[in-house]
Design a protein around this ligand. Structure first.
Ligand code: AKG
Length: 351
């Protein structure tokens, strides 16, 4: 059965408007897709490991940016990082979170995943979708080969393959676990974003947990900007990041990005990929080459909302989990649920 619920409909109609507005901006003849082609392995080298230091994370004062012993703000963006962000649309920082911290975040992620699956399974026994017995679990909306469901206040994207019975992504998710809420307030994550967007205090725009199980499906090439355009209050000042909870490799489906593509703004979408094609980027028009963001667990990639990115199937036997956050200036509302969640600038982030 083809079901599209109100949430997904609103999302798609917003995306359609954007796709229509973009029109025929690029007339370059199609070329072979480059995912999987030989690439520069910039991922592990472009980052700078400064700002690291779980133990050296010393927060000065209650309500201020953490300072080092000389009064310089910690976690601040370096001129090199800023320059790279402007030119290429991203920078990375390696090993920002320790194994102990990561383990706590993984436990939180798995507990949330289990709650969602349990809630959905209980729902399957209930008499029909959206039943009053369980209002926190909505009906399944199927769009092309993807299934969406509202569960416990989160939009769940299920794995394409029903046999996996796993979630691909959940957004928002921090409301389900305080340990994730702590990560959002971690200055190692928000401070570089505050510097890039030039705003000292931030609010959460979106938080998303991507649980890529063995065999987990790819994410086609896309940009975040067109997804977010119709729901953001200050799209120009939304910045996003990926925190890897597991080592991310080409084999297990790390993120791939196409450096420099943020400069184009929203790009033309795919015409022949069903309803969702409007949200995927047609990469045949691009000269730039993709690179894998293959980084160790605990590393973070900060990237521009319009950089083209995607990922491949997890072809290993291990999980490839990641927590993705997007920040915006303080006082604005989240994308999915319209609620306001300002960043606590005294957050330690200790999960
Ligand atoms: O986690 C991944 O593999 C892809 C993430 C992504 O591009 C997204 O969630 O927008």
């Amino acid at each position: 059965m083809f079901l599209v619920g109100p949430g997904v409909k609103a999302w798609l109609s917003g995306a359609q408007t954007i796709a229509t507005r973009l029109g025929q901006r690029f007339a370059t003849p199609p070329r072979e897709s480059r995912v999987g082609s030989p690439s520069q392995r910039l991922g592990a080298r472009v980052g700078s490991p400064q700002g690291i230091g779980t133990e050296a994370n010393g927060l000065a004062g209650d309500d201020r940016t953490p300072m080092d012993s000389t009064g310089i703000p910690m976690h601040a963006v370096t001129p090199e990082e800023r320059d790279q962000f402007e030119k290429l649309g991203f920078f990375t920082r390696l090993n920002l979170f320790s194994e102990t911290e990561l383990q706590a975040i993984r436990v939180a992620a798995e507990s949330v995943h289990q709650r969602v699956v349990d809630a959905a399974d209980r729902k399957s026994d209930a008499p029909g979708p959206g039943s009053p017995e369980n209002p926190s679990v909505g009906p399944v909306d199927q769009v092309d080969n993807q299934k969406y469901q509202e569960i416990l206040g989160s939009t769940i994207k299920w794995e394409w393959d029903d046999d996996l019975r796993a979630v691909r992504s959940m957004e928002p998710v921090f409301q389900l676990d305080d340990r994730l809420a702590g990560v959002i307030d971690d200055p190692r994550l928000w401070k570089p974003c505050a510097d890039i967007i030039g705003c000292p205090t931030l609010s959460l725009f979106s938080d998303k947990l991507n649980v890529k199980r063995p065999g987990g499906a790819p994410f086609p090439w896309h940009q975040e900007g067109p997804y977010w355009a119709y729901g953001a209050e200050d799209l120009e000042r939304v910045i996003t990041l990926i925190l890897y909870l597991d080592d991310a490799s080409v084999e297990n489906g790390c993120l791939w990005i196409i450096p420099g593509t943020h400069k184009y703004g929203p790009l033309e979408s795919l015409k022949d990929r069903g309803t969702l094609g409007r949200l995927y980027t047609d990469v045949e028009q691009l000269e730039e080459k993709p690179i894998p963001m293959d980084l160790p667990a605990g590393s973070v990639g900060f990237f521009h909302r319009d950089i083209v990115h995607g990922s491949q199937t997890n072809r290993t036997e291990e999980n490839r989990r990641a927590y993705l956050l997007a920040y915006q200036p303080a006082g604005l509302h989240q994308w999915r649920n319209g609620e306001q969640r300002d960043i606590k600038t005294n957050g330690s982030g200790q999960a």
